[in-house]
Design a protein around this ligand. Sequence first.
Ligand code: MHF
Ligand SMILES: O=c1ccn([C@H]2C[C@H](O)[C@@H](COP(=O)(O)O)O2)c(=O)[nH]1
Length: 283
Amino acid sequence: MKQYLELCQRIVDEGTWIENKRTGKRCLTVINAELNYNVGDNEFPMITTRKSYWKAAIAELLGYIRGYDNAADFRSIGCNTWNANANDNDAWLNNPHRKGEDDMGRVYGVQGRSWAKPDGGFVDQLKKLVDDLSNGIDDRGEILSFYNPGEFHMGCLRPCMHTHTFSLLGDTLYLTSYQRSCDVPLGLNFNQVQVFVLLALIAQITGNKAGRAYHKIVNAHIYEDQLELMRDEQLKRKPFASPKLIINPKIKSLEDLETWVTMDDFEIEGYECHPPIAYPFSV
Ligand SMILES: Nc1nc(=O)c2c([nH]1)NC[C@@H]1CN(c3ccc(C(=O)N[C@@H](CCC(=O)O)C(=O)O)cc3)CN21
Ligand SMILES: O=c1ccn([C@H]2C[C@H](O)[C@@H](COP(=O)(O)O)O2)c(=O)[nH]1
């Protein structure tokens, strides 16, 4: 929580105003932020200075793990975050690759689970790394990358958190996650939870211990219509202690994650937070 608030304060104090063409809004922006989370000691990085919709964040991650390409599938597991990008952005609505209502195209999990090979067929990056890590193998290329410039025109948004690299030292698993663009008031709230849970889940299903997760962000910003709420409201509040995350220990394989896991398999213990703040969202 401290690192999150420090980043917010840094943007407020040192940020540069940058015009963003896609959203038509200005963003107060800094370059380079490095966060890290102690997954081994279960220090769950949930925001406490406002209510956090942590289950929606985990549901979004589960959708990526399953390779979902449709906002309706995300909604069905408790995540509403893709409705706007799938259905309310003019550039995507007019894109000939859009397959109709709720289609997101070839984004995120689609690339993670079925990256199209030029010579035909698909690569399942997630299955490869789960198989390796389950067998104690780290070939120094245990990478899940959603960033496929050759198919950007076939999706509603380029991935923001685009690459996750896993590393095994003995039986302790580490994760380094890279993010090119970060909406700090809204997106980071979700992304911190996702980096933590991705390491916790992959460690659990591959039979390894979780170590630390390193989260590297390039462009970290606050949209102009979010600034007042962040500066004059959220940053005035005192954080509470981090809660603990409890994941159903019956989750033992990638197939479990793909088939029966729901948000009922995740609970938190000891979450105390300030009242909600509804930040504006930019499509
Ligand atoms: N401008 C923008 N910011 C983002 O963070 C973002 C995008 N676009 N597009 C793709 C995904 C979707 N993500 C989102 C979208 C919406 C919320 C959001 O509205 N969160 C609210 C309420 C969540 C709820 O009720 O479930 C929040 O207060 O956290 C969060 C992340 C993250 N990404
Ligand atoms: O997981 C996510 C997904 C998206 N975001 C934010 C970062 C930006 O504000 C927008 C994406 O806009 P681009 O013009 O494609 O950079 O969504 C996030 O913070 N986390």
